[in-house]
Design a protein around this ligand. Structure first.
Ligand SMILES: Cc1ncc(COP(=O)(O)O)c(C=O)c1O
Length: 426
């Protein structure tokens, strides 16, 4: 695989772009630098082409947004029509209301809606709203929620966040209602909200999400579901529809507009109305091209049976991957976890450094066979049986290499670039 132009762009980026990318997850930390592509030039459907012209089936989807596939004709047409009419206006535009109405019709907790650009806008806005509603300062969180101070200060990437802010965010583990109960008991009357990703790769235990909701309400806190990833992927109504648990507020982003920058806070009117006073207000909140793209995206998902097709393709990949893991003798070393729309390979019994090495080798060998992945799979509507079978054919070879590397006792020697590194320990 020729990567000359990729390397040249990376060299140029090193001089002018700190971290070489706009998002940690797209930069050299998350890839086997030297042995995998660094710059993409084009995408169509489920496929992308790097700047050297190498083609890949893509399982990153722009970190999740590209739910219909790249360059979707209907979405692009809607966006282009809106662009012709104007992008950002001096007053509100009807498309804001239309999209709000559509979200209210689909998402159980949504009675009112406000828009942002990044998922972080939505989570930060929901946290601020909860603090205003309850008059409390502390926040309990579980999962990843973006780059803003209130969240990132509670991780090991806290540099630059004041200690006073860091002290206000408390973490709790998933699937352990007693731990959340203890947190409420340790901070009586102080926690404004609980914000969590309703699911990542491990299923919620029976009754867990219901217990979280009960604990919140018994303690006077709001429950926020961070559906930035699960939104439109688990269902048009998000994970809250899938699991039948309705939060007070929810945050959406990523897949909302098939790659156009848009996020949303939705929730019960009694709380959302507080945005009449709470400051959630910025220049591009009503930018119309992304709003028009979101309308087209959601309608296309609905009219094409998009969610069902994502689940079908994801299940075909999940099952096929698990079978190959067993056939190549890697059961116990690697497993394919998660729900069909979003799965990951993980090493349940390895130390973090060993797991990262295997993941790096996996990524390197996949890239060489036309599959772009960091070891996880985001599925789009454009991932058909052809893409999945192509991927599984690559995995058959890649898992054999992994088994051999593992047996050699020195998998690092099989790497042709520097291994991936941990971006964040939440
Ligand atoms: C669950 C979750 N919440 C919030 C965010 C933050 O979204 P953004 O990066 O668009 O600000 C992300 C981003 O990956 C996410 O996965």
């Amino acid at each position: 695989m020729k990567l000359d132009r990729n390397h040249a762009w990376l060299e140029r980026a090193r001089r002018v772009v700190p971290g070489c990318a706009q998002t940690f997850s797209k930069g050299p930390l998350n890839f086997v630098a030297g042995a995998t592509p660094a710059f993409l030039g084009r995408g169509q459907g489920a496929r992308v082409w790097d700047v050297d012209g190498n083609e890949y089936v893509d399982y990153l989807l722009g970190l999740g947004p590209v739910i219909l596939g790249y360059a979707d004709t209907e979405v692009n047409r809607a966006a282009a029509a809106q662009m012709e009419a104007g992008v950002s206006f001096s007053l509100s535009h009807p498309v804001e209301v239309e999209l709000s109405e559509l979200l209210v019709s689909l998402i159980p907790c949504a009675e009112m809606v406000r828009f942002g650009k990044n998922g972080s806008d939505a989570t930060a806005g929901a946290v601020r709203l909860s603090r205003a509603v309850t008059g409390r300062d502390k926040v309990a969180r579980c999962g990843y929620h973006g780059w803003q101070d209130w969240y990132i200060g509670s991780t090991d990437r806290w540099q630059g966040v004041p200690e006073a802010v860091r002290a206000l965010t408390l973490s709790f583990p998933y699937n352990d209602p007693e731990a959340l109960d203890r947190l409420f008991a340790a901070h009586p009357g102080a926690i404004a909200c609980v914000i969590l990703e309703p699911v990542t790769f491990d299923p919620p235990r029976a009754g867990y999400l219901e217990a979280v909701r009960e604990l919140c309400h018994a303690n006077g806190a709001l429950l926020i579901f961070d559906e930035v990833i699960t939104g439109f992927r688990f269902g048009l109504g998000g994970a809250q529809t899938y699991f039948g648990v309705t939060p007070d507020l929810a945050c959406f982003g990523k897949a909302l507009a098939n790659g156009f920058p848009l996020s949303a806070i939705v929730g019960k009117a009694e709380f959302m109305r507080r945005f009449e006073d709470v400051f959630f207000s910025f220049t591009f909140g009503g930018e119309t091209v992304s709003l028009a793209a979101a309308l087209a995206t959601i309608r296309a998902l609905r009219d094409r049976g998009g969610v069902a097709s994502i689940w079908d393709a994801g299940e075909r990949l999940r099952r096929g991957t698990q079978t190959l893991i067993e056939e190549t003798g890697l059961a116990g070393t690697i497993e394919c976890a998660g729900y069909p729309p979003w799965t990951t390979l993980r090493c349940p019994n390895a130390l973090p450094e060993q797991a990262l090495l295997l993941r790096s080798l996996f990524q390197q060998e996949c890239a060489a066979r036309g599959v772009l992945t960091i070891g996880a799979h985001m599925i789009s509507v454009a991932h058909g049986a052809g893409e999945i079978d192509w991927t599984l054919a690559a995995y058959r070879e890649v898992f054999r290499i992994l088994a051999e590397a593992q047996a050699s006792g020195a998998p690092e020697r099989w790497l042709r670039g520097s291994p991936m590194r941990t971006i964040l320990r939440p």
